[in-house]
Ligand binder design. Sequence first.
Ligand SMILES: Cc1cc2nc3c(=O)[nH]c(=O)nc-3n(C[C@H](O)[C@H](O)[C@H](O)COP(=O)(O)O)c2cc1C
Length: 304
Amino acid sequence: MKKKIDSSVKIGDWQLANPIMTASGTFGYGVEYSDFVNLNSLGAIVVKGISIKPRPGNPPPRIVETACGMLNAIGLENPGLDRFISEKMPLLRKLKCSVVVNILGDTLDEYCVLAEQLCDQDIAGIEANISCPNVKKGGVAFGTEARMVYDLTRKIKKKCNKPLIVKLSPNVTDISAIALAAEEGGASAVSLINTLLGMAIDIKSRKPKLANIVGGLSGPAIKPIALRMVWQVAQRVKIPVIGIGGIKSVEDVIEFMLAGATAVQIGTANLVNPSIAGEIVREFEKYLHVNRIHSAKELIKGLN
Ligand SMILES: Cc1cc2nc3c(=O)[nH]c(=O)nc-3n(C[C@H](O)[C@H](O)[C@H](O)COP(=O)(O)O)c2cc1C
């Protein structure tokens, strides 16, 4: 009899049908992609970042194409927590796949309020985007100081017992030190990387191409950096690592898993091909089958 292939992976007690997730900010609230992707086939959907109050985002232009990638300065535009719960949750609740809500705040208290209120919702977990400037600390991003990351993680964890993923910024000197702080604070997993700070200039007008001047670089251009960071972090922490950065094919997914990722998130690739996440899920299952890999878990940290 043919042995059944097991595509599932685990983050603590939380079982994902497969390791393919979508990255926050690149897949809307999932439903926008339902004509292109069988949402229930995904390991998880991570929705666009939610803050307590609605945010209008930055003025345009907020997106620029770059070599093998893009710069964005969307500015975390979102409808705010109340409207997210009343308008987006009813549809998300109907999905069979795991739904993760990405949260962002300007203060530690804001992260705690979001975690507490979302904990009552029918969601698989929370992903805390810690790349936001901490207004109380003069705008230093939460994710750049290990002590702040430890405090933030510990306090969010006290407010919500669902799985907590802490999403790390690559704009730091030592990302493993930040990952360790999240682990010590009680994070269930770390996801990395968020975008790298970048800039583009229009030489005719001699002006920055983005109204915000600087923005976050994403897409295939950042993949080697993301892969290196995932590999470094996976050697230091015991909690699962979720790999993000330039993933656009099943081969990329396998690379991230061999480097130590338990799961991955597809980001900018969704903006290029809206069907890509579903295609990668199917390709992943085919890859396991063709290569006689009986469990996806065998790939994690499989680097020789
Ligand atoms: C247009 C856009 C919006 C994004 N919005 C968010 C967000 O709201 N929260 C967040 O944590 N990351 C956000 N990100 C970062 C992505 O989730 C991801 O970490 C990053 O783009 C790297 O992955 P990629 O190269 O596959 O896109 C955004 C990225 C893009 C391109």
